[in-house]
Design a protein around this ligand. Structure first.
Ligand code: COA
Length: 380
């Protein structure tokens, strides 16, 4: 056991490189993010979620006809089987992430190409899950509210369809554009915990449905995808800008964490947060509701001294306020993150399959050995 003393433990796999990737690059020092070599700012300002999904999954930007083709394909593949709708109805009391995880796992049962593990088929499965996921999330919200799910509308974009299926009205163009941008900004992000999870599942030569289902399970936690909901909970607890300083002081002195702050990789401002901050401000002005932006802004000011420790706003800090201003229920904030991340998971699962190695690290055993086995009747 003495050799254990020489083992260097990398708790949380901090700063460990698992493999090489061409999917995304996070420049954590300079606060930059690239998908397939394209700066996130350019994609957020010029692209659509459909185009970014193509980019991530196929590795290059589509030309006009390729974009047209993927857009039409997605428009024609948003419906989910009635069996899945019935399943959602039967578990509608669960958290939306539990419902999404279960429903996506169940979609596998309705995929005729489940056993085809070619690259083309895997990529198509990932795109199919991407396409159907908003239908699942919105059907759940409506069913639990005692309403009928709304069928997707072929003429609408992915982002517009999400709002349309949620609220039952054709969304305002600016609101839909904002959701589109938000989905783009959440689509991919290096070896975050859920992409790692999806890769681990893929590394055992499992299938795309299993890997994405596992990714969703991982994303659910508040240290990962659940932070946007946590941010709004904290903003609601603060209630008024004048309470922010004491709230932050009390929380931090009791060892708590401010949701939407800190990141394993960025030690400077998260570039996605910088974009979303402007959007949150514009949206709160457009909706005539400055309260949440004001509270979050005051929270950000209180946290300024922590910037030098590398604790800055992350992507989730402003998204909660944006969703709230769009009247989106708090408990589906993390589901929206999941909807957006499916193309990123798909890209990384495909990358893992294409150069596979079983991901199987080690644990250093620190327990006792050769303990005497005492028969149950003699145990205290
Ligand atoms: C995201 C997160 C899990 C990254 O954690 P990490 O890289 O493992 O960093 P650590 O948990 O080791 O934290 C490092 C230090 O920063 C502090 N810290 C990190 N995030 C903090 C936060 N949000 N609020 C207050 N302090 C924070 C820790 O307390 C720790 O301080 P210490 O060294 O004095 O003990 C962490 O920042 C966090 O919990 N953030 C809040 C949840 C969140 O917003 N998640 C969304 C991520 S996109």
């Amino acid at each position: 056991m003495n050799e254990l003393n020489d083992i260097k433990i990398h708790r949380g796999l901090k700063e460990i490189y698992l493999d090489r990737t061409k999917s995304s690059f996070i420049d954590g020092k300079n606060g930059k993010l690239y998908y397939r070599g394209f700066n996130i700012n350019e994609l957020a300002n010029n692209s659509t979620f459909e185009e970014v999904s193509y980019l991530l999954i196929h590795g290059k930007l589509p030309n006009k006809s390729q974009l047209n083709e993927i857009t039409i394909w997605m428009a024609n593949n948003r419906d989910i089987p009635i069996e899945v709708i019935n399943l959602i109805d039967s578990i509608k009391h669960l958290h939306p992430m539990d419902v999404l995880r279960t429903a996506i796992s169940t979609l596998a049962a309705f995929d005729d190409s489940l056993d085809d593990d070619s690259i083309d088929s895997n990529v198509k499965k990932g795109l199919s899950i991407t396409t159907k996921a908003p239908t699942i999330v919105t059907a759940h919200v409506r069913l639990r509210d005692g309403k009928d799910p709304i069928s997707p509308e072929k003429s609408l974009s992915h982002a517009s369809n999400f709002l349309y299926m949620l609220f039952g009205v054709i969304p305002d163009e600016l609101d839909a554009k904002l959701i589109d941008k938000d989905l783009i900004l959440h689509a991919e992000h290096g070896l975050n915990a859920s992409s790692f999870t999806a890769r681990v599942v893929a590394s055992t030569q499992s299938d795309v449905y299993s890997a994405i289902t596992a990714g969703i399970a991982c994303l659910k936690g508040p240290a990962h995808g659940g932070a946007a909901e946590g941010v709004m909970k904290q903003a609601q607890e603060i209630g008024d800008e004048k309470n922010t300083t004491s709230y932050v002081k009390n929380l931090l002195s009791s060892g708590g964490r401010i949701m939407g702050f800190g990141h394993r990789v960025y030690k400077t401002a998260d570039p996605r947060a910088l974009i979303l901050k402007i959007d949150a401000k514009n949206l709160s002005e457009r909706k005539g509701n400055p309260k949440w932006f004001g509270i979050l802004q005051s929270l950000a000011v209180c946290m300024e001294p922590y910037e030098k420790k590398g604790i800055c706003e992350n992507v989730d800090f402003w998204t909660g306020a944006i969703y709230n201003l769009l009247d989106i229920p708090d408990d589906i904030f993390v589901s929206i993150f999941a909807l957006a991340r499916i193309p990123g998971w798909t890209a990384q699962i495909a990358e893992q399959f294409s150069n596979n190695i079983l991901i199987r690290p080690l644990l250093a055993y620190v327990g006792e050995l050769d303990k005497p086995y005492i028969k149950i009747e003699h145990r205290k």
